[in-house]
Design a protein around this ligand. Structure first.
Ligand code: AN7
Length: 361
């Protein structure tokens, strides 16, 4: 099969949503076949919690580099190349750097990433280095790194590909389109992790686009964002100087899209709330064990938020609802966390009776 046949079968995210994105015939499409991720009904979770309605997981871990960042990166890097850029730069807790490195490699341009020292999951770091990015660990946190790359991209010919680059948000809004296409309506509630707050902003934008289509069948969902308790600036109402959480991807103390996230919350009648590391890890295990879905801890904050609100009785005495939980990244990004939070493999002798003894049959 020739490559052009493959291009006919698969439409890149940019091709699929061309009319909704700021691209022209002159935009080179840098794609790794991102998007079109599964919307998985959480049938077991619904049973386990006796939930009054439907729960779906939008599993963004199925994107080519294993996170939702690819939706924004395909557009940001394509536009960078169109503008003649020879290098992209970003700050990252891990997933942005993995995605930027891959798309820059595909485009044949340089990628420079600044990450907080010692806090990046090995899976993400390994992606950035193998794609040939220049990876700089700074003695500071994500917020320090973001300030530095903003300044560097102003002073040098480096295109910033963090979500302050509006093409990132534009690309990421397509996930909301896919949900509406799959459900033939919008969900009533969307639960989503909040770190730098770009993604909640992007989804809100996507739902608003769909809400404008005629005939009217796409209402606006309530946006339910969740920060980790030790890194919850929007919930606390002030920046957190030294954010902490086991969910390193959302260890962010001063989100770039703070205002836009509040706008999404308020205009939708939703909430931005926090969940503890214990609640995040519980949700991380529950979704793995009951649904067979392995997401990373930051992603599990959306499920932790949903479980917290179910237990609190938030959905009692209302009509059955449709809920979508965004699982932003794949669990394989950070296998160490899984090992610390699950039963260890057991060693047995090489014979049947010992094996039967151990498994208890
Ligand atoms: C798995 O990679 O900020 O609220 O630098 O990796 O749009 O920031 C990652 C964030 C949620 C939060 N889930 O999304 C980065 C970075 C996962 C993530 C978020 C991130 P935003």
């Amino acid at each position: 099969m020739q490559v052009w046949d493959l291009e006919m079968i698969y439409k890149s995210l940019i091709e699929k949503y061309r009319k909704n994105l700021a691209v022209s015939d002159k935009t080179p499409v840098i794609s790794l076949h991102e998007g079109d991720t599964p919307l998985i009904p959480a049938v077991n979770l619904v049973k386990e919690f006796g939930f009054n309605g439907e729960i779906y997981f939008k599993f963004e871990g199925m994107n080519p580099t294993g996170s939702f960042k690819d939706r924004g990166m395909t557009l940001a890097v394509s536009k960078a190349v169109e503008a003649g850029s020879k290098a992209v730069i970003c700050a990252s807790t891990g997933n942005t750097s993995a995605s930027a490195a891959a798309y820059a490699a595909r485009a044949g341009i340089k990628c420079i990433v600044l990450i907080p020292e010692g806090k990046t999951a090995l899976g993400k770091l390994s992606q950035a280095v193998i794609h040939g990015a220049e990876v700089l660990e700074i003695y500071g946190n994500f917020d320090d790194a973001l300030n530095l790359v903003k300044e560097l991209s102003c002073k040098y010919p480096l295109t910033l590909v963090n979500s302050v680059n509006s093409f990132r948000i534009e690309g990421q809004k397509t996930a909301a389109y896919e949900i509406c296409e799959n459900l033939h309506q919008s969900p009533d509630y969307q639960f989503i992790p909040v770190g730098n707050a770009g993604n909640i902003t992007a989804y809100w934008k996507g739902y608003k686009d769909y809400n404008k289509t005629e005939p009217k069948k796409y209402a606006l969902p309530k946006m339910m964002g969740f920060q980790a308790a030790g890194s919850a600036p929007i919930v606390e109402g002030h920046p957190i100087a030294e954010p902490e959480t086991i969910a390193a991807a959302i260890r962010i103390g001063n989100p770039a899209s703070w205002k836009a996230a509040e706008e999404a919350r308020d205009a939708s009648g939703g909430v931005i709330d926090k969940v503890t590391d214990e609640e995040i890890l519980e949700a991380y295990r529950i979704v793995a064990v009951t649904e067979g879905i392995f997401c990373e801890p930051a992603s599990a904050s959306s499920i932790a938020g949903l479980i917290k609100y179910i237990r609190r009785g938030y959905f009692v005495n209302i009509e059955p609802v449709k809920v979508v939980c965004i699982l932003t990244g794949h669990g394989l990004k950070d296998p160490n966390i899984a090992f610390v939070n699950a039963a260890k493999p057991r060693k047995v002798k090489t014979n049947i009776s010992d094996i039967i003894n151990v498994i208890g049959f």
